[in-house]
Design a binder for this molecule. Structure first.
Ligand code: IPE
Ligand code: IPE
Ligand code: MG
Length: 241
């Protein structure tokens, strides 16, 4: 679809990809079919957001709490990541040509070895790209992210490299998975749920939110256009007047 023009675009857009299970249920399908369809939507919307000129895009794919789901569902989701990574490697030249840098946000150590090595490989191969930063949050939790940052900083204090007074907001931000990236300006959540579910807890302090009842597999470029045209009209004050 041709990219629409906007007077203001978020520099960083976050999307909580929710509603796959309900989409499948409505059709009498297995939940895994919803995730499969959701992964197609992810490809479509990722490409469109990149064409619009949004520089940082974060998709929430799997939370630290999603391990509470049945093993068969978790395995189906992990298999979809595997397919996405294999495809990203197959299309590495094309992605590099487009300037797409891939980042994975989350605790990689909790993921299967095979996935982790594919993730490290793709990150390494695209680290010089800087047109579009595509973040995929996998085994991500905002609280876990803050926790690992606190531990890393505490270690530096213990080693004597840092004293407590030197810890400031910028130092904390530098220890998050999004280090070096701007905070999300706009966060979109489909599926009718009005919550963040542990997404970008620290970074979302001043984010704008856009909610919709549409289920993620049904999300289209038109929904993104709608969210962006609403965002254009928002008045962000950051505590000022
Ligand atoms: C989002 O869809 C995908 C993940 C959380 C992995 P859900 O699977 O949460 O879909 P619903 O909320 O049950 O419909
Ligand atoms: C949030 O969706 C996580 C992702 C979309 C990856 P959930 O479906 O896990 O959120 P809750 O449980 O409804 O809050
Ligand atoms: Mg859900």
């Amino acid at each position: 679809m041709a990219a629409k023009q906007f007077s203001v675009l978020p520099q960083h857009l976050g999307i909580i990809m929710d509603g796959n299970g309900r989409w499948a249920k409505q059709r009498g399908l297995a939940r895994s079919e919803g995730h499969k369809q959701g992964s197609e939507t992810f490809r479509k919307i990722g490409e469109y957001a990149g064409n619009l000129g949004i520089r940082y895009i974060t998709f929430y794919a799997f939370s630290t709490e999603n391990w509470n789901r049945p093993e068969t569902e978790v395995n189906a989701i992990m298999n979809l990541f595997d397919s996405f990574l294999t495809e990203a490697i197959d299309r590495l030249d094309e992605n590099i040509e487009k300037g797409i840098r891939l980042h994975f946000l989350g605790d990689k150590s909790g993921l299967p070895d095979e996935l982790r090595s594919l993730m490290d490989f793709v990150e390494e191969q695209t680290k010089h790209c800087n047109k579009v930063h595509l973040n995929l949050a996998i085994n991500y939790g905002g609280r876990q992210e803050i926790l690992q940052a606190v531990r890393a900083i505490a270690k530096q204090v213990k080693l004597g490299n840092l004293n407590a007074e030197q810890i400031d907001e910028a130092l904390i931000a530098d220890h998050l998975y999004t280090a070096g990236q701007p905070d999300p300006d706009l966060i979109i959540r489909p599926s009718g749920e009005l919550r963040l579910s542990n997404f970008l807890t620290y970074q979302s302090a001043y984010s704008e939110f856009w909610f919709s009842d549409v289920l993620w597999p049904d999300f289209t470029e038109e929904h993104l256009n709608q969210a962006l045209s609403d965002y254009e009209k928002r008045h962000r004050r950051f505590g000022g007047i």
